[in-house]
Design a protein around this ligand. Structure first.
Ligand code: SAM
Length: 309
């Protein structure tokens, strides 16, 4: 058995035991299993495994738990998307990470899968802050980060309320999509809707810009139709005022269950007096991932854009 499979089956067995013995959900059982690992209650198999092997094994166990008790906000960012976001973070910070660390914020960190995929890719060159409203998800994220020894501070709170986070170099976020119910809080935002409820995903973009350094980059997984809604005009106006759009990357349709679930990657830079807007916005479409030749051409297109930007 591969190391990854061994770790998964260890967590899986423990979670099943807890599910039966304590009448809790499998997902709660996964959390117990992770806490046992941290308490060193069992001889831990993972000490010789890589951070990626451990992350992937935990991810599969969490996905299994999410499928068993489906809840609308329990949506983990899949690896294909996490790795693409990570690729772009590496490209934008290529020079910086040669000698420095970057600080990252994920204001809707969920299970931590997206954030930790990016951090593993940056290989010791980052520290991060993760915010999440769901208590079970943030505990899973915090335990996973601790087991794979990635430096992340977690805050269990609504990311649209005041946050105690210093401005960061980079934001990564798979945006939760929908209306934000707290109208009083929404009033603090430029992107507050003129009528009715505001979009949580719009407000979260604004909050992320607020918590970025001047010149910092923001990498969002957005609904593919973000710029088509009735509130899109305000979003455009806001982005033009505070940011430079660097790239809009369409993702292959076959990664998503339906058209309504399709996502794209939006990359922004917070405006700064010391920098300038890119000469042109990178507009590209990631081809079907199984088409190696088309994929190589996509990465080449990104490189050419980068050299001329
Ligand atoms: N990237 C995450 C992962 O890999 O697990 C998945 C993110 S999921 C698409 C969006 C997350 O945003 C959900 O976990 C949801 O609970 C959280 N969320 C929604 N509204 C929030 C808010 N106002 N503040 C913080 N988190 C929020």
């Amino acid at each position: 058995m591969e190391k990854f499979e061994q770790i998964f089956s260890y967590i899986n067995e423990k979670a099943k035991e807890y599910e039966k013995k304590e009448s809790i959900t499998f997902l709660d059982g996964v959390l117990q299993a992770l806490e046992d690992i941290l308490d060193e209650k069992d001889s831990w198999l993972g000490s010789t495994a890589s951070k990626e092997e451990i992350r992937k094994a935990i991810q599969i166990a969490i996905l299994k738990g999410m499928r068993k008790t489906s809840q609308p906000n329990h949506q983990m960012t899949p690896d294909t998307l996490g790795l693409l976001v990570g690729y772009f973070v590496e490209q934008f910070f290529e020079e910086h990470i040669k000698n420095n660390q970057i600080s990252i914020l994920d204001p809707a960190v969920g299970t931590g899968n997206l954030l930790l995929t990016v951090m593993n890719l940056l290989d010791g060159k980052s520290s991060a802050t993760g915010i999440e409203v769901d208590e079970l998800l943030i505990r899973l994220a915090a335990d996973t980060a601790e087991i794979i020894e990635q430096p992340v501070m977690f805050y269990h709170q609504d990311a649209l309320q005041k946050m105690l986070v210093d401005p960061v170099d980079a934001v990564v976020c798979d945006l939760p999509v929908g209306y934000y119910p707290n109208e009083d809080v929404a009033l603090d935002y430029e992107l507050c809707a003129h009528e009715g409820l505001s979009y949580a995903h719009h407000l979260l973009i604004e909050q992320s810009v607020n918590h970025s350094k001047d010149g910092g980059y923001l990498f969002f997984l957005i609904p593919a139709n973000l710029f088509e809604s009735e509130q899109a005009k305000d979003l455009h106006k806001y982005l033009k005022k505070h940011t430079w759009i660097q790239a809009v990357i369409q993702l292959p349709e076959n990664l998503f269950a339906s058209k309504a679930h399709e996502k794209s990657i939006l990359i922004l830079q917070k405006k700064s007096d010391e920098q300038r807007a890119p000469r042109e916005v990178l507009l590209a479409k990631v081809p079907n991932m199984s088409n190696k030749q088309a994929l190589a051409m996509f990465f080449e297109k990104v490189q050419i854009w980068k050299q001329n930007k």
